[in-house]
Design a protein around this ligand. Structure first.
Ligand code: ATP
Length: 364
């Protein structure tokens, strides 16, 4: 695919020390975000953490109180600098797609284009790019949800933006359509190789589409990493439990190992003293034994989850890929069956599951 023709040259995004308040409420706090040219970063966080606000600042729909936003070597916003939204070369797809219902598909896609561009075949070219060739005369209301979303994407891509911003792009779709549309958009973003930030609160979506995932919590980016790194080495207990299931088990660390109630667990880095160690459910194994009882078993088809209550009262989640051998009420033991993992220390001397009071100790 001719990227130059299709999407225009793409550039990286750099957000430095950006803060934003609404009234007295800080919504963004010294946000740092980097997106390399042509890469897709998923901005993942719980509802209300500031994701949309950050996207709107990059698009120029709102102004930051502090900090700087660059695309390539252009300063879009910063002390003494401000580029108007229409001159930023930033394409944005909103959560509700914001299509004009009274305009045709072609009318929607060409809306922001100069007349010369509209006549040059750019609209048709962009519709072809998103797989909607020949549908230019249709009204948006006659299209499926997935097709409407592609119209919104085409409208954002038509002016050849250097970066693309997508706000919860799949939230308007039925669950049955979501996975298929997600794969289509994924393929398109890979083909276009356009720098993209997309907002989501869905971890699976972030992992599937993001070359990197930037996790946002209470107005800050708390960790940005490729999905695999983020999953294996979350830098805080909060991130560990937000991006997937995690057991946080207290123990006593000594060097690259921590002694826990289910035995020794290897660590990715040296640690000493009381820690919480992160154990993903799939790195635990359930065996015949006498350490606890299967309290619950959930069968998901591709795998199953045991909820094992140890005799000291501690609960563990264990995921098994094979058909489950044990049933509710069976006596079992739980064994660690994974590689080196992450531990979080107790800076305040607090222990015993006070997750909020822990900090990362073991980093690779
Ligand atoms: P969601 O996933 O629910 O869309 P989000 O992470 O995108 O959430 P934002 O929409 O950025 O969160 O909102 C962050 C906080 O800022 C929220 O508490 C919201 O109520 C507040 N907020 C957003 N826009 C404004 C505004 N224009 N005026 C006042 N408060 C606002």
């Amino acid at each position: 695919m001719n990227i130059e023709r299709s999407a225009g040259p793409t550039e990286g995004i750099s957000v430095r020390g950006v803060s934003k308040r609404f009234g007295a409420t800080p919504v963004l706090r010294e946000v740092e975000l980097d997106v390399a040219p042509g890469r897709v970063v998923a901005l993942l966080g719980p509802s209300g953490c500031g994701k949309t606000t950050l996207l709107r600042l990059v698009a120029g729909l709102d102004r930051a109180d502090e900090g700087e936003i660059r695309v390539g070597d252009r300063i879009l916003a910063g002390p003494g600098s401000w580029v108007a939204p229409e001159r930023r070369r930033v394409g944005m797809v909103f959560q509700d797609w914001a299509l004009f219902p009274h305009l045709t598909v072609a009318g929607n896609v060409g809306y922001g284009l100069p007349r010369r561009e509209r006549r040059s075949g750019r609209v048709e070219e962009t519709l072809e790019l998103v797989g909607l060739a020949g549908l230019g005369d249709r009204m948006p209301g006659t299209l499926s949800g997935g097709q409407q979303q592609r119209v919104a994407l085409a409208r954002a891509l038509a002016p050849r933006p250097s970066v693309l911003l997508l706000d919860e792009p799949f939230s308007n779709l039925d669950t049955s359509l979501r996975a298929a549309v997600r794969s289509e958009v994924h393929r398109l973003l890979v083909e276009l190789a356009i720098t993209t930030v997309f907002v989501t609160h869905d971890q699976e979506e972030a992992f599937v589409l993001g070359d990197e995932v930037a996790v946002m919590h209470k107005g800050r980016i708390v960790q940005q990493a490729p999905p695999g790194d983020l999953y294996a080495r979350p830098t805080s207990p909060w991130v560990a439990t937000f991006v997937g299931d995690a057991n946080l088990l207290s123990g006593e660390a000594c060097g690259r190992s921590v002694h826990t109630r289910i035995g020794a667990v290897p660590l990715v880095a040296d640690a000493t003293g009381p820690v919480d160690v992160m154990l993903r459910p799939e790195v635990l194994a359930v065996e015949e034994g006498d350490d606890g009882v299967v309290e619950l078993l959930e069968f998901y088809g591709h795998d199953s989850m045991y909820f094992v209550r140890l005799d000291d009262g501690f609960g563990l989640r264990v995921r098994v890929a094979a058909e489950p051998r044990f049933r509710r009420g069976d006596r079992v033991r739980v064994r660690y069956a994974g590689g080196p993992t992450q531990a979080y220390g107790h800076p305040l001397g607090v222990r015993g599951g006070n997750v909020a009071a822990t900090v990362p100790l073991a980093r690779s």
